[in-house]
Design a protein around this ligand. Structure first.
Ligand SMILES: [Zn+2]
Length: 77
């Protein structure tokens, strides 16, 4: 989420300091949780969605292979 200056509407490029356009010190608060500066403990618990998808599809695939293996055994005993 971009931060904008409350005085002139300039999109704030810096995390800290006064506005480079109008010099206003009324910098809007940066959302720390979105900027990736949250405590390490919080970040560790978060799993990226594509990794979840990968694990889920792998589980489905392995489950399917296991099912096929059991089926093969039943037909060949
Ligand atoms: Zn400004």
């Amino acid at each position: 989420m971009a931060r904008t200056c409350p005085e002139c509407g300039w999109i704030w490029p810096k995390p800290k300091g006064p506005c480079p356009v109008c010099g206003s010190d009324a910098a809007p608060e940066l959302d720390l949780t979105e900027a990736g500066t949250a405590p390490a403990g919080d970040r560790r618990a978060k799993m990226p969605w594509h990794l979840k998808l990968l694990v889920a599809s792998l589980a489905v695939y392995l489950g399917w292979r296991a099912f096929q293996g059991i089926e093969w055994l039943i037909h060949h005993i």
